[in-house]
Design a protein around this ligand. Structure first.
Ligand code: ZN
Length: 327
């Protein structure tokens, strides 16, 4: 964590405006590798280890599956490391932010996983605060070290973020909201970290009648959401081994490929990926289907309504995506 980042951190328990007291045990240039951040009002101290400020007690982690998956498959979705541009295309398309706007902005990535979008945004010249509840944050730190201090990794809950209000030029939360225990609270609380005129971008699973087509997935999820990561991984391997050859065969055939939607694996057959990468990505996404404790789909127009009710402006939404600006 960059020393200067301590200026925007506050105690997530007290939610006051007072700076945390930084004590450094180990540093490398501007990067604090080990130390503590202490609240001046309450008794809480937050450790910095492996260059990451940690605001999460170990037993707070309801998403062990995400920590596991992003450490196991930390490279495949990182454009720079896997030779594709899928993360960049998705980020720019879903956020509506231009590379010109991103440059030199202070951006919060709420729920960064292995850092696929933090890596894109830092690549366009932003300073990113990447935040995740799970141990995926360690994978994100490793991935984004190359950006020379422009990505700071913080382990924290979206329900108790340790940031001063009105800090960020942009806040995004991609593919995360539906996996939290209280999506509405996340949707409504993230905007307070934006400056006036700051941009918000959400991407989430849309609730629609078509979800019924994935009844096998949802039938299995009744059990898998309580299974150990090892058992979920074994199930994912089994399903992918069985069904990937079918989805791979069907994927290039127009109209017929719709059948893949009904199969209980999350097949990924982008032409930017070679066959091995498609297999890996499919295994990752299938594990990502079955592993999460929560999958609470949202309706984009309802999310937009919540943000408008809070006074956000230029709220635009379409299936699975909402963009807005802080007034
Ligand atoms: Zn405190």
């Amino acid at each position: 964590m960059n020393k200067n980042t301590a200026d925007i951190l506050v105690c997530p328990k007290c939610q006051n405006d007072k700076a945390l007291e930084l004590a450094i045990d180990e540093e490398r240039g501007e990067d604090v590798i080990a130390g503590t951040l202490a609240c001046q009002d309450c008794e809480n101290e937050y450790p910095i280890t492996n260059g990451i400020a940690r605001f999460v007690a170990v037993n707070d982690d309801y998403c062990e599956n995400f920590g596991f998956q992003w450490q196991k498959w930390k490279d495949i979705q990182i454009d720079r490391l896997s030779g594709h541009s899928l993360s960049e295309k998705r980020f720019l398309g879903d956020s509506g932010w231009s590379p010109e706007w991103i440059k030199n902005k202070l951006i919060l990535d709420g729920g960064c996983g292995a850092g696929r979008f933090s890596d894109v945004v830092a690549g366009h010249g932003a300073h990113v605060i990447a935040c995740d509840l799970s141990s995926a944050i360690d994978a994100c730190r490793e991935t984004t070290l190359i950006h020379d201090g422009r990505v700071d990794c913080i382990q924290a809950s979206l329900f108790e973020l340790p940031f001063r209000q009105g800090t960020f030029d942009g806040v995004f939360c991609m593919g995360v909201i539906q996996h939290t225990p209280d999506p509405a609270m996340v949707i409504q609380s993230l905007p307070r970290h934006l400056k006036t005129g700051g941009k918000l971008a959400y991407n989430f699973y849309e609730k629609s009648i078509f979800c019924w087509g994935q009844f096998i997935k949802y039938g299995l999820r009744l059990f898998t959401r309580y299974m150990s990561v090892e058992s979920t991984l074994r199930l994912s391997h089994f399903l992918v081994k069985l069904l990937f050859p079918i989805t791979y065969f069907l994927a290039p055939i127009p109209k017929i490929r719709i059948l893949n939607f009904f199969l209980p694996i999350c097949a990924s057959h982008s032409s930017e990926l070679n066959k091995d990468q498609q297999l890996t990505w499919t295994l990752l996404d299938t594990f990502d289907w079955y592993g999460p404790r929560y999958e609470k789909r949202q309706r984009h127009w309802k999310v937009a309504q919540m943000l408008e009710a809070q006074g956000m402006i230029e709220v635009e939404s379409r299936s699975g995506i909402v963009q807005a600006i802080q007034k």
